[in-house]
Design a protein around this ligand. Structure first.
Ligand SMILES: [Zn+2]
Length: 322
């Protein structure tokens, strides 16, 4: 396993929650690799509950570590084993390593030669790293982790809707639908980052190629997608318009046309594409002073005509007649 293989492994793990590389795993790495990655800022000693691989049996199993404090204050470490019941282990075998998200953000900042330090937007998830020059202007660079988590939309909302941002992700490029508005240029670090000696290096040419391609794709997708907030606003507007269209006049016109609350309600429901109750029609008629006021005697002929008219005539929208 080369160090670049390890870098990919670590970047892949950066999208996981609580991923710990334990002693058994680190033992298979090139010697000193875990220290090098710790120095780079990508790894740190695991802070959670300790686990350790079993050193005593043929089963490759890893167990939680129990710590016993002796009367002299010395700590001893044990794990449970199905074969030996309880196995004492060396303290160094309890050591695990985990991803340091802030360290990763800082290392990427340095590798891209960005001024200043990363500014966390959502702790452990999203950072503003700085700006890079792009075709006579500049574009903001962000780092985003764990884009597949369920709360990803609220994290993504911090990325502007204009599609100008460059969003670095460790390895997995998320679904384009998680972004508000136009999709930003998303670049997987695993495609552009390598290790040279003990330095993290980002291939600027490869990065630019991927950004150009991402921009082209976003253009091809065409019109800026309406984000979730936008869709809700449009829905509300449509609802408000439907509501305003259904004035008492329209309800009464329907009643006069069909001569019954129920039939008027059914016809309106069909036309409006939303349920209109017969009570709603009745209330409009009542507000006008009741049936007698709405359909004067002289108008009864038109009611009769309406009821007897050809079904196709009924398709004519009363709303158009207003
Ligand atoms: Zn065992």
């Amino acid at each position: 396993m080369t160090k670049d293989d390890l870098l990919r492994l670590i970047l892949d793990a950066a999208d996981d929650v609580g991923r710990v590389f334990d002693h058994a795993e680190i033992a298979r790495w090139p010697s000193g690799a875990s220290d090098d990655f710790a120095e780079l800022g990508l790894l740190r000693a695991a802070s959670g509950d300790m686990t350790a691989p079993c050193p005593s049996c043929a089963e490759a199993h890893t167990e939680p570590v129990h710590v016993r404090v002796e009367s002299d204050g010395r700590k001893r470490f044990f794990i449970r084993c199905p074969e030996s019941l309880r196995v004492e282990i060396d303290p160094e075998m309890c050591l695990g390593w985990e991803i340091d998200p802030d360290g990763l953000a800082a290392a990427v900042c340095t590798a891209m030669d960005l001024k200043g330090s990363p500014k966390p937007v959502v702790p452990g998830r999203l950072w503003r790293l700085g700006r890079i020059p792009w075709k006579g202007k500049t574009r903001e660079v962000l780092l985003a982790l764990r884009r597949c988590d369920s709360d990803t939309a609220s994290v993504s909302s911090h990325v502007g809707p204009g599609g100008r941002s460059i969003v670095l992700v460790p390895h997995h490029v998320p679904d384009a639908r998680i972004w508000p508005g136009r999709t930003p240029a998303v670049v997987a670090l695993s495609r552009v980052a390598t290790l040279e000696g003990s330095l993290l290096v980002i291939d600027g040419v490869a990065l630019a190629d991927i950004i150009v391609e991402a921009d082209r794709l976003a253009d091809a997708l065409g019109v800026v997608a309406i984000d979730q907030v936008g869709k809700k606003m449009v829905r509300q507007q449509v609802k408000a318009e439907i509501k305003s269209l259904l004035t008492d006049d329209a309800l009464i016109a329907a009643y006069k046309e069909y001569g019954s609350y129920r039939k008027a309600a059914e016809a309106l429901t069909e036309q409006m594409g939303q349920p209109i109750s017969k009570d709603k029609v009745k209330r409009a008629v009542d507000r006008k002073g009741g049936v007698a006021a709405v359909i004067p005697q002289s108008d009864s002929a038109s009611v009769a005509r309406g009821v007897a008219s050809h079904p196709r005539d009924r398709q004519k929208k009363f709303l158009e007649r207003r």
